[in-house]
Ligand binder design. Structure first.
Ligand SMILES: NC(=O)N[C@@H](CC(=O)O)C(=O)O
Ligand SMILES: [Zn+2]
Ligand SMILES: [Zn+2]
Length: 427
């Protein structure tokens, strides 16, 4: 397969080049880049990228594929198709499945299924403890042998610090990152939305910032002691930004991610009773959101990830206290990032490429996330000027649970190329 992309705005974070030109790829590898390219042989496909960003294929460090066991919500194939439509060429799957992915053969199950069916790269993350019960360590070294890029207890925090420290020591020894969901299990106390005037008005149990902040602090302390690379998932509070900034000032190996819903919405936007505004961590206050925006602008946050968390309509039709936490994100992340961050001047298109591709790649030790001659042809083409209305019924994900249905946005994925093959093209 030979593909020629013409006249795109090529954004390459690895050498910080930002220039209009062509890219030519053959057999899954970038062969030529820049200027006007006239291939010796006729390409199988020519894609016009005039007015579009051409970025290294997007990498989402935080996706719930629900496979095995919860495939009524999503499976490897539907999740990977949604990813391709969203511009992602690599996604990392969280292990809070049924059963939990806590040993090598379950990692292999997902990797084999993905290799056979998925249009994009799927990397399975391993759990920290057996069945995510927080009592005994999972077979972390066995899973590392099977190719996990990271360990995570996402969905909860490992509350036993002695056990967690042991896990971090193993992660440090093998140089894989620990992806931390920060939530004190005792302090959350049945909360379902942010603790503020809205939770009080609606009579809903609230989640304070401290539920997240105490674990962020704890985890940074443990990373400092063990030398483990710590990646803080779905940061939502203003103090998490300050703590990551402090950790970075000390040159600790700490990185952080923000999800589009947390930089787009606050608890003021909640529609009473609409469980599509229920996710963990919850939508916080304007003060928190402004701190997240500043953290993104100033590169305190390295990553934008989706925390794509599909659930069925039935589950989401329950009450605010009963419905599960989580919203889908793979098919709205690019538009929300362009609309809320790039268009408003919070981050540059280059920072978008860094936070959605280059930095995630570096965190997992991958050589993707760059547009260089000789690198794998994972490429995302985005029209930043295209305006449209988000329609959840068009999602390829099984999950339609989004608060962004009907929202007017800018920024459309025109094509996604994975290993030199067009895996999605907008018609
Ligand atoms: N974020 C969520 O609200 N839900 C996630 C779990 C998680 O990411 O903590 C899920 O698995 O549904
Ligand atoms: Zn989480
Ligand atoms: Zn998650």
């Amino acid at each position: 397969m030979k593909i020629l992309i013409q006249k795109g705005r090529i954004l390459n974070p690895s050498d910080q080049t930002d220039e209009v030109g062509d890219i030519y790829m053959e057999d899954g590898v970038i062969k030529e880049k820049g200027g006007t390219i006239t291939p010796e042989e006729t390409p199988d496909k020519v894609i016009s990228a005039e007015g579009c960003y051409v970025m290294p294929g997007l990498i989402d460090l935080h996706v719930h594929l629900r496979d095995p066991g919860l495939t009524h919500k999503e499976d490897v194939l539907t999740g990977a198709r949604a990813a391709a439509r969203g511009g992602f060429t690599t996604i990392l799957a969280m292990p809070n499945t049924k059963p939990v992915i806590d040993c090598a053969d379950r990692v292999e199950y997902v990797h084999n299924k993905a290799r056979e069916l998925a249009p994009v790269h799927v990397l399975q993350i391993g759990a920290v403890t057996k069945q995510q019960k927080g009592e005994e360590l999972a077979d972390i070294e066995g899973m590392i042998q099977a190719g996990i890029p990271a360990i995570s207890e996402d969905g909860k925090s490992v509350m036993n610090m002695k056990l967690y420290r042991e896990a971090m020591e193993i992660a440090a020894k093998h140089d894989i990152p620990v992806f931390a969901h920060c939530e004190d299990q005792n302090m959350v106390n049945g909360g379902c939305v942010n603790e503020d005037e809205h939770s009080r008005e609606l009579g809903l149990p609230g989640i304070t910032n401290s539920v997240e902040d105490v674990i962020v602090a704890r985890d940074i302390v443990l990373a400092k002691e063990t030398g483990a690379r710590l990646h803080l998932c779905h940061c939502s509070t203003k103090d998490s930004v300050r703590m990551i900034q402090l950790a970075k000032e000390e040159n600790l190996p700490v990185t952080g991610e923000v999800c589009p819903h947390h930089f787009t919405l606050t608890s003021d936007d909640m529609v009473p009773g609409d469980t599509n505004y229920k996710m963990n961590p919850p939508l916080r206050t304007k003060e928190d959101k402004d701190a997240l925006l500043k953290g993104l602008k100033e590169d305190i946050f390295d990553v934008i990830s989706t925390d794509h968390a599909p659930h069925t309509r039935e589950e989401k039709q329950k009450t605010m206290t009963e419905a599960p936490f989580g919203i889908v994100g793979l098919e709205t992340a690019v538009a929300l990032t362009v609309t809320e961050l790039v268009d408003k001047g919070v981050i540059t298109p280059m920072q978008m490429a860094e936070k959605m591709s280059y930095n995630p790649a570096r965190i997992i030790g991958s050589d993707r996330g760059r547009l260089e001659v000789g690198s794998p042809a994972d490429i995302t083409i985005i029209d930043p000027e295209a305006e449209y209305v988000i329609d959840s019924m068009s999602f390829l994900s099984k999950g339609k649970n989004t608060p962004f249905d009907g929202r007017k946005v800018k920024g459309l994925v025109k094509a996604t190329i994975c290993d030199g093959k067009v895996v999605y093209q907008q018609d």
